[in-house]
Design a protein around this ligand. Structure first.
Ligand code: NIG
Ligand code: FE
Length: 418
């Protein structure tokens, strides 16, 4: 265990803190960006210096107010979960049991269960209740070195409840040491009030919800579920048009259950990411590559749905589409509160390398959120969001199952043991 000693030296270089005796996986270069005997200087919540300790521009105690000795622990960028539905009420364990008996996700949805059952529970919950249940899940991620998390709405499906979800998500970012990016997912499912009028609901999303949510700055991006059981490519297109008018970035649940050309659609709108992608053609992947759209792979949902069609990882590599990996934490298809588990699943189920898996929750997860200038790698000028690990090598993070080697987190320069 790293027992961090602090010295109070004189302020010469003016750093607030410096970490020494630390092994770095910067994720900024090949081979994890490993620097075996590294050091990191921090000032005003940002990384002021990073490199080999022997190149430090002075003695640690002269460079910074606080010297932290990591005792050879590993330091990585703070982990980033770039796709979650963390805020919801209720649970779907009964649906899980039904699926174990052979019912399909689509059948359950068609019978009014699935997403709509979580909508009922989420609408009924007060803002305080929603905050309390979501905070419990969030804390599990925070203990694993997660410093940035994306949270989608999409279990409200009316103006008031969608805004409630987004306010709860924002509030989590105020109450806990984590950067929260919020995504408006009004187009998750057609709500019961619009059962036979999906276009009417899409019009509400475009004309009322997106403008109001943009005006209150409640969302950083807009997402949709493009699928036979949800919204058509044409309907998603009108939602993306509305998002564009309000200068909101877009993302898409694309090709999870069938190929409707949604990767191509996401690329056409220069989406930050297209997510899931099990059912995606080579043309879809090429379009993503051209548009700079990140592929977000979600092995938790693949696993829970007992999906057998894998996302086209070889094509993603061939066309150099950045691959991110996320938990998809949600009550239906991925009741997960662990991002580390997704590293193992990404390797075992999709054939990612341990390095691709770690890059998928750091560097490329940042890109999937449009945050690559601030977080995702260890580099000068980046936010000092980092995780400290008791491991022998960064590949251990993907190797272990159900074991959390995180021993500390540095969030905007401030250290806390976990
Ligand atoms: O990412 N695909 C749609 N949305 C979620 C599932 C939501 C739910 O079942 O509650 C997903 O898998
Ligand atoms: Fe999702």
């Amino acid at each position: 265990m790293a027992d961090n000693q602090k010295y109070h030296g004189q302020k010469h270089h003016g750093w607030d803190a410096v970490w020494i005796n630390v092994r770095l996986a910067t994720m900024a270069e090949e081979n994890y960006g490993i620097i075996q005997q590294g050091a990191v200087g921090i000032k005003n919540g940002r990384i002021a210096w990073v490199g080999a300790a022997e190149r430090l521009p002075g003695k640690p105690e002269q460079l910074a107010n606080e010297v932290h000795d990591a005792q050879s622990a590993w330091l990585t960028p703070g982990l980033i979960d770039c796709h979650t539905h963390l805020v919801y009420a209720g649970n779907r364990a009964e649906e899980f049991a039904l699926r174990l008996q052979g019912a399909s996700y689509a059948e359950i949805a068609a019978a009014g269960g699935g997403i709509l059952s979580t909508v009922r529970a989420t609408r009924a919950a007060s803002e305080e209740e929603l905050l309390a249940v979501s905070a419990k899940r969030l804390q599990s991620f925070l203990g694993e070195g997660v410093t940035t998390i994306e949270i989608k709405s999409g279990y409200g499906l009316d103006m008031e409840s969608e805004m409630k979800m987004l306010r709860v998500a924002r509030k989590l970012g105020e109450l806990y040491p984590v950067s929260v990016r919020t995504t408006f997912l009004g187009a998750h499912s057609v709500p019961p009030e619009y059962k036979d009028d999906a276009d009417g609901y899409v019009a509400l999303v475009c004309r009322k919800m997106i403008p109001a949510i943009a005006a209150e700055k409640l969302a950083d991006a807009v997402d949709g579920f493009c699928e036979g059981i949800a919204f058509s490519p044409q309907q998603i297109e009108s939602i993306f048009e509305a998002a564009k008018q309000h200068k909101l970035a877009v993302k898409l649940h694309a090709g999870q259950l069938s190929d409707l050309g949604s990767a191509e659609l996401a690329a056409r709108y220069k989406a930050l990411s297209a997510d899931h992608l099990e059912y995606t053609s080579e043309a879809g992947i090429q379009a993503m590559a051209k548009a700079g759209t990140v592929a977000v792979l979600l092995p938790g949902a693949f696993y829970m749905l007992r999906e057998t069609q894998k996302p086209p990882v070889d094509l993603l590599r061939k066309y150099r589409v950045p691959i991110a990996l996320a938990s998809d934490s949600n009550p239906g298809t991925s009741p997960a509160a662990s991002l580390l588990l997704m590293l193992n699943m990404g390797c075992m189920l999709f054939g990612l390398t341990p390095e691709e898996a770690l890059a998928g929750v750091t560097r490329y997860a940042a890109q999937a959120l449009g945050m690559e200038a601030q977080v995702g790698t260890l580099g000068e000028g980046k936010t000092a969001d980092m995780a400290l690990w008791d491991i022998a090598h960064p590949q251990d993070l993907a190797y272990n199952i159900g074991y959390n080697p995180c021993i500390g987190v540095i969030r905007q320069g401030i250290y806390r043991a976990v």
